[in-house]
Design a protein around this ligand. Structure first.
Ligand SMILES: [Cu+2]
Length: 134
């Protein structure tokens, strides 16, 4: 009983750090050839996102409620990241260097979500968009 109480948070932290290490996978052109293998996202819709100076490009803006795994590529020459805010979600990815990749998994409900780059003043420079969830 006492053992599980004291070891619980540590175990969870270790798991969190392990998943963060996976999420922080970053690389240049060589990394592009590596297949995306999002761990623990079975059943999630995988959505490729491209970020550059200064835009966020999505393949679509309409989604069904459920888990979405944004697979994000920085095609620009500055550092970028992705923030998502809407019903039940306020989440931000790791910051990617130019040419880097990261990912962000969120659980979307019905409603509208704002996506933007939280780096410097990129949002004001056009790096934002909406998605609609049904
Ligand atoms: Cu940016």
């Amino acid at each position: 009983m006492f053992t599980s109480i004291s070891s619980g948070p540590t175990t969870r932290l270790a798991a969190l750090l392990a998943s963060a290490a996976l999420t922080l996978t970053v690389g240049g052109p060589a990394a592009m050839a590596a297949p995306q293998a999002p761990a623990g996202t079975s059943g999630a819709a995988v959505v490729p996102v491209r970020e550059g100076n200064f835009f966020i490009a999505l393949p679509r803006h309409g989604f069904r409620a459920g888990t979405v795994h944004f697979s994000i590529k920085n095609v620009g020459r500055h550092r970028h990241a992705l923030s998502v805010a809407g019903p039940g979600v306020h989440s931000t990815s790791a910051v990617m260097p130019p040419g880097g990749r990261t990912s962000l998994t969120v659980s979307l409900k019905k409603g509208r979500y704002l996506l933007w780059c939280p780096v410097d003043h990129h949002r004001q420079r056009g790096m934002w968009t909406w998605i609609r969830v049904r």
